[in-house]
Design a protein. Structure first.
Length: 120
């Protein structure tokens, strides 16, 4: 199965450069895991600051540091990462915002993409 962005490139709806730009936008909008952990009471503010300060010293991800410090379990980190992923703005929506696709083109591309995943 291919990703939706690559599917749209193969259909000729968007260019690879437009996908890269949309992915960059998606990444910029991503809610930090520390913010999610605070909002859902997994961590306290002082713990988030400690983890962030530690990130400047070592090249590790926030969740790995929180786990190493014993602030979060592996399951909690995984849950927070899943929440973060679910909060992500879909790439198609970003492409519509960028004016690359119309809402109608996005709807048609999503339909075609879903049909392409169906077994023959």
């Amino acid at each position: 199965m291919i990703h939706f962005g690559l599917f749209m490139v193969r259909l000729g709806l968007v260019s690879p450069e437009q996908i890269v730009k949309a992915l960059d936008c998606q990444r910029e909008r991503q809610v930090p895991i520390g913010k999610i952990a605070l909002e859902h009471h997994f961590l306290k503010m002082n713990q988030v600051f400690e983890i962030l300060n530690r990130q400047f010293e070592v090249n590790l991800k926030f969740g790995n540091i929180a786990f190493e410090l014993g602030y979060l379990t592996r399951q909690q980190v995984d849950h927070l990462l899943a929440m973060q992923k679910n909060m992500r703005t879909p790439i198609g929506e970003i492409l519509v915002e960028m004016g690359v696709l119309s809402p109608q083109q996005l709807t048609e591309a999503l339909d075609a993409y879903e049909k392409s995943k169906e077994p023959i």
